[in-house]
Structures are given as C-alpha cells and as structure tokens.
Ligand binder design. Structure first.
Ligand SMILES: CC(C)(COP(=O)(O)OP(=O)(O)OC[C@H]1O[C@@H](n2cnc3c(N)ncnc32)[C@H](O)[C@@H]1OP(=O)(O)O)[C@@H](O)C(=O)NCCC(=O)NCCS
Length: 144
C-alpha cells in the first residue's frame, strides 16, 4: 500500500499575487489537493476532508519557483486518515520546508457514508511517533 505522494508544481503568474508571492490561500489549496491524493492512493476510495489542522508557513515562495508537496498518511482510524503535508523548495540541492500542516481525510462511499480503511502498519519508531502525534493533534483540535 502507498502511504505517500509527492506532487511538483511551478509557481506560475496565475498562481502568484501582485507582489510575486505564492499566496497562502493557493498553498492551502495545493496542500489540500495533495492530501486528498495521498488519502485516495492509500485507501483506494473516495475521500472527503474532515479537518484541517495547524498549518504554518515558515518561508515565502516566489513566482517561478518549483515547489514539491509531499503528503504522508501517518495515522489511520476506522474510516479516517491523518495526513501530514509539507511543501518544499530546493536550494543548492537541499530541501527547504516552506509550509507544513495536517489534514484528516475520511473514506466515503458514493452517498458520503464513511467506509473503513486498512489499518496503517507502524513498522518503526518514527512511524509510531508520527501516529501518536496525529492522535494528539486530532484530540486537541476536537477538544477530546
Ligand atoms: C467527514 C464526515 C464524512 C464524517 O461523517 P460522520 O457522520 O461524522 O461520521 P462518523 O462520526 O462516523 O466519523 C467518521 C470518521 O470521521 C472522523 N471525524 C469526523 N469529524 C471529524 C473532525 N472534525 N475531525 C477529525 N475527524 C473527524 C471520526 O473521528 C471518524 O473517524 P474514525 O472512523 O477513524 O474513528 C462528514 O462530517 C462529512 O461528510 N463532512 C463534510 C466533508 C466535506 O464536504 N469536506 C469538504 C470537501 S471534501
């Protein structure tokens, strides 16, 4: 099963604002679409967004830059998937994170009813830690 996807995109004039910056609203859209692709790729079912968690933008992105959005399924519940999303640019062959956030996608049928997803195997300490992190974010944001 595929738990990750990376989608490249060039920041074209149509995506930049008048100041030549890739605006947060467009970045959120790109990250959300990539999160949806990761969810679909993982569960092979239609997915909807249930929650968007904290998103931060540590660096700005300019017109003409090539950005890479990576979404990783880091948690599964019964029907939901917690997806970590990061947007990166490359400087001197090294990735620089320009935005990062967390999405919860739920697998649904054609009528929008939640469907079960396969449980995510947690094969190493990092994957276990990420899963606990996802549960903490979900519980915190839902106030439970
Ligand atoms: C997301 C949605 C399918 C959940 O449906 P529901 O009737 O609440 O179903 P359930 O209570 O069984 O919840 C299903 C799963 O969603 C999770 N969930 C529901 N609301 C959530 C929220 N606000 N934050 C995080 N997870 C949430 C539940 O924890 C559950 O996860 P689990 O099965 O892994 O335990 C429903 O609220 C919905 O259709 N929302 C609109 C989605 C939408 O249009 N998004 C924007 C466009 S894609």
């Amino acid at each position: 099963m595929n738990r990750s996807i990376t989608v490249p995109m060039l920041v074209s004039p149509a995506l930049a604002n008048k100041a030549g910056i890739f605006p947060g609203s467009e970045i959120l859209k790109f990250m959300g679409v990539t999160a949806g692709m990761a969810g679909f790729r993982y569960c092979k079912k239609r997915v909807v967004t249930a929650m968007v968690g904290p998103v931060s933008f540590p660096k700005s992105v300019s017109l003409g830059e090539l950005v890479y959005c990576t979404a990783d399924v880091i948690y599964t519940g019964t029907t939901s998937m917690g997806i970590q999303v990061r947007l990166e640019i490359e400087k001197d062959d090294s990735p620089i994170v320009v935005a990062q956030g967390f999405w919860v996608m739920v697998a649904v049928d054609a009528d929008g009813h939640p469907q079960t997803v396969e449980s995510l195997p947690l094969e190493n300490e990092e994957q276990k830690w990420l899963s606990v992190k996802a549960i903490t974010i979900i519980k915190t944001l839902r106030g439970i």
